[in-house]
Design a protein around this ligand. Structure first.
Ligand SMILES: [Zn+2]
Length: 323
């Protein structure tokens, strides 16, 4: 748990949880300070360590929302499973472990608020907060390798960003004669179209072209991009996503960043995400359209937008309802 570098308050909470030190209803009954051991949220279950660590309905709702946004938080079966499962995640997928710990802490904090003030914050608030505070590595892995059973593996489509965030998907395409295209599309949490672009150049290195697609952001700046709570930049080139992730990590440590990446600091928050090709279809369409001509679309009603793009946009938007 130390390795996760949790905030001191969250670390203290975890420590209390492991050592049966939280003043839960079950705890108070065992110490004969109360005779109501149930969860104050009406979960019809004793509020004990397991309930707080992994079984409260409120925690499940927050995790469900996070997973709807494309994260892969686990649901555990019992306390031991939970502790061991988290231990396994540390190092391998620390951001998820950190998210899980932050979620349980927030849900506990909110439960105390419920008891004292009679109200709780919304699940949306919780989940957005969890994402904002777990961006220590500016990266979350969308690959299926960490969890063997997950809906994501069965259901392969674009995943929306958290509420209040925007997401840029980028892709590159190259022809045998070195004509290359790159493109990107920005959408919000509901899958609503905000902007798309496509550029062509002569180039031979697909990774470099994908990087250009991301750097192209600085030529299409709009106020709404900075007003968003954050931006997730998603591509299917693992190396490029890694390079950007390291650049942001270095910035956090040394406050130094390569000139070409410095525009990223203008956003409220930036995260990089690696996606499977099948989850990056719309950006792929942009990159292929760019081979023929340059474009910037800022309005979905634009006459220039071809039907395949619209069809894919609609399909991915519709599929959000199925998540
Ligand atoms: Zn509960």
């Amino acid at each position: 748990m130390k390795k996760l570098k949790l905030r001191p308050k969250i670390e203290l909470f975890r420590w209390s949880l492991y050592n049966d030190g939280l003043p839960s209803n079950d705890f108070l009954v065992r110490r004969k300070l109360s005779n109501l051991s149930g969860c104050p949220r009406g979960c019809m279950e004793d509020e004990n360590e397991w309930h707080i660590a992994g079984n409260c309905s409120k925690l499940h709702e927050v995790i469900f929302l996070l997973n709807k946004w494309g994260f892969q938080n686990p649901i555990f079966n019992n306390l031991q499973d939970c502790f061991e499962g988290l231990k396994k995640l540390v190092g391998k997928n620390s951001i998820i472990a950190k998210m899980y710990c932050t979620s349980t802490w927030l849900v506990w904090k909110s439960r105390c608020k419920l008891i004292h003030d009679g109200i709780e914050d919304s699940n949306n608030f919780f989940a957005s907060y969890v994402v904002s505070t777990s961006t220590f590595s500016n990266f979350f892995n969308q690959g299926p390798e960490n969890w063997d059973t997950n809906q994501r593996e069965l259901f392969c489509s674009w995943y929306p960003p958290p509420t209040g965030w925007i997401k840029l998907n980028v892709d590159a395409s190259i022809l045998s004669n070195n004509v290359a295209g790159f493109g990107g599309v920005i959408r919000d949490e509901k899958g609503i179209f905000l902007l798309a672009f496509g550029i062509n150049i002569m180039h031979w290195d697909i990774a470099q072209i994908e990087l250009m697609a991301i750097l192209h952001l600085k030529y299409i700046f709009h106020d709404w991009m900075f007003e968003a709570q954050g931006i997730i930049i998603e591509g299917d080139n693992f190396n490029i996503i890694n390079i950007l992730q390291s650049a942001m990590k270095n910035w956090k440590v040394s406050k130094r960043i390569e000139e070409k990446f410095s525009f990223l600091l203008d956003f409220n928050q930036v995260m990089f995400s690696f996606s499977k090709i099948c989850c990056n279809k719309l950006a792929d369409i942009c990159a292929n359209l760019a081979l023929k001509s340059l474009f910037t679309w800022e309005n979905i009603g634009s006459q220039d937008i071809p039907p395949p793009f619209l069809f894919c946009l609609k399909e991915e938007c519709d599929s959000l309802g199925l998540l």
